[in-house]
Design a protein around this ligand. Structure first.
Ligand code: ATP
Length: 213
């Protein structure tokens, strides 16, 4: 099965499997069963077996999966060997935090360029990342072969920015604004609305409290 045919839910679990297999390998473990994996990553064993079957990785009965083989295989799919350069636009509170974080747990992605309109931070280095003016956006995306952009500008600026990013050939946007972006089919948008996540959590907590009363 080609990589683009993998169900989205499965693709989202891949990095989690990959990270755990990495830990297992570091601790010297050579094989793992779907039940052990299930325990560790908190997906049920049937889901894991189904996910793995999409890749033709079939565990042997009574043996489980070979940790190193599985890890190398997933690593290739996740493209761990190539370091993806990511742009961050909007170095405000959230943008600044993400620059500091810089996805250390993931070895295949790094924010390599940040952009802002604020003259005070343009041409400075923030958390090891150069901040460029918005005028440099297209040139840097091309020069650094950037395919993914993190958007942490105010909502009012997000759609114009998304249009520019799409034109510049960006393939994916991690959108931290509450605005739903309108983009061409060539661009994939992943929305991360932290306020919404917190509201959802509070909603569930309150409902559980009501049920227990
Ligand atoms: P946050 O929402 O991350 O907490 P904040 O409250 O510090 O940020 P915002 O007003 O949300 O500030 O702006 C986030 C950042 O986006 C700021 O650094 C601001 O200078 C920058 N910014 C604002 N408009 C644009 C734009 N059109 N293009 C690029 N950057 C912008």
């Amino acid at each position: 099965m080609a990589e683009h045919d993998i169900p989205r839910a499965t693709a989202k679990r891949l990095p989690i499997y990959y990270r755990y297999l990495n830990l297992l390998l570091d601790s010297g473990k050579t094989r793992v069963s779907s039940n052990e994996l299930a325990e560790a990553v908190k997906f049920d064993a049937a889901t894991i077996r189904r996910d793995f079957s999409y890749f033709g990785a079939l565990g042997k009965r009574g043996y489980g999966y070979d940790v190193e083989a599985l890890m190398n295989f997933f690593g290739r799919i996740l493209d761990q060997d190539t370091l993806a350069s990511v742009a961050l636009i909007g170095v405000g509170n959230l943008g600044q935090a993400l620059l500091n974080f810089n996805f250390h747990q993931s070895s295949n992605a790094r924010i390599s360029a940040a952009f802002d309109i604020n003259e005070d931070i343009i041409n400075t280095i923030q958390a090891g990342v150069p901040v460029y003016s918005m005028g440099d956006l297209e040139d840097q995306i091309t020069a650094q072969r950037i395919e993914v952009a993190i958007v942490t500008v105010p909502s009012v600026a997000a759609q114009d920015l998304a249009d520019r990013l799409a034109k510049a050939g960006i393939k994916g946007i991690l959108n931290f604004t509450p605005l739903r972006l309108d983009v061409p089919a060539s661009v994939r948008v992943q929305n991360v609305d932290l306020t919404n996540e917190l509201q959802t959590l509070l909603y569930f907590i309150n409902n559980v409290d009501l049920a227990n009363e």
